[in-house]
Design a protein around this ligand. Structure first.
Ligand code: PAF
Length: 284
């Protein structure tokens, strides 16, 4: 695996691969890799001749009081995992390489970026969109792989790629979970032992809401209230629980079948997000 830190060196390598007619899959990350990231790399490996992974803790997507400074940075372990999973190129730019000057340009997927997580984290999805847009321009991959764990992020990026006609296929891959159901996330390391024991309740709640809808219930606000009470009792501070249609994350109409339940809640200092996507049968 090559590790490159400059955009010039990255472009040079990509150009050589392109001249050889090789296809490229790209997995952008902020490092602190876990099995979820590695499943993206393994899928990328099957789908293209070359696999590029980036590690960049992107300051533009963190709010002033968020965890940019304390975000776990585990470069050595990450590199070993990437070598073992067949990565060809690790792009590891510095903040100065990515943002040499204060950035003047905005990439904003307006409506989508201001709802759900965007409402509690103003500017977050603009920060994600600009960095992913820049990385796509640098790597110019055929395929971009992202986890479904950050469902709203995935939707924002799919929309941006579509709106800007970026020549890349975006593929979302299922969330990888711990044995007890907790979605893998770099931020799980912030949980205390007792919080970690309670954390799987988040996924259980999503499954309970999904199952109630699949049994035919349509009283969404009541289902949400019933189910989230258990989370509150267990010590979660709920940010939001929303039942949405999966394409644009707006409230579903009666005929929408592809749904996603999105949840964000704090456990102590740790903000956790998760979601469950499902298809509701056509009502008769
Ligand atoms: O999901 C992440 O790790 C980040 O938001 C991403 C897509 C790498 C952009 O910084």
């Amino acid at each position: 695996m090559q590790t490159l830190t400059t955009i010039d060196a990255l472009r040079c390598c990509i150009k050589a691969w392109r001249q050889e007619g090789q296809s490229i899959a790209f997995v952008p990350t902020m490092g602190n890799l876990h099995a979820g990231h590695i499943s993206l790399v393994q899928t990328a490996r099957q789908q293209a001749d070359r696999v590029v992974v980036s590690i960049f803790v992107n300051p533009a997507q963190f709010g002033p009081h968020e965890d940019f400074a304390s975000y776990p940075r585990t470069e050595q372990q990450d590199q070993t995992q990437l070598i073992n999973s067949g990565t060809d190129l690790l792009f590891l730019p510095s903040a100065v390489e990515m943002y040499p000057n204060p950035i003047q340009t905005r990439v904003s997927v307006n409506e989508l970026s201001s709802m759900h997580c965007g409402a509690s984290r103003p500017g977050h999805f603009d920060g994600v969109a600009i960095v992913v847009c820049k990385l796509l321009n640098m790597v110019q991959p055929d395929i971009l792989l992202l986890g479904e764990k950050d469902f709203q992020q995935l939707t924002v990026i799919k929309t941006m790629v579509n709106d800007l006609n970026l020549p890349v296929a975006v593929q979302g891959l299922p969330t990888v979970r711990e044995a007890d159901g907790l979605a893998m996330s770099s931020r799980n390391s912030y949980l205390s032992l007792s919080e970690r024991q309670v954390a799987p309740l988040l996924y259980l709640t999503l499954c309970n809401i999904r199952d109630a809808i699949l049994k035919g219930r349509g009283d969404f606000p009541v289902i949400i209230a019933e189910q989230t009470q258990k989370l509150k009792d267990a010590g979660f501070l709920i940010d939001y629980v929303q039942i949405c249609r999966s394409t644009d994350l707006l409230p579903p109409t009666e005929i929408d079948q592809e749904l996603v339940i999105l949840i964000a809640a704090k456990l102590g200092k740790t903000r956790l997000i998760d979601n469950v996507y499902f298809i509701r049968p056509v009502s008769s």
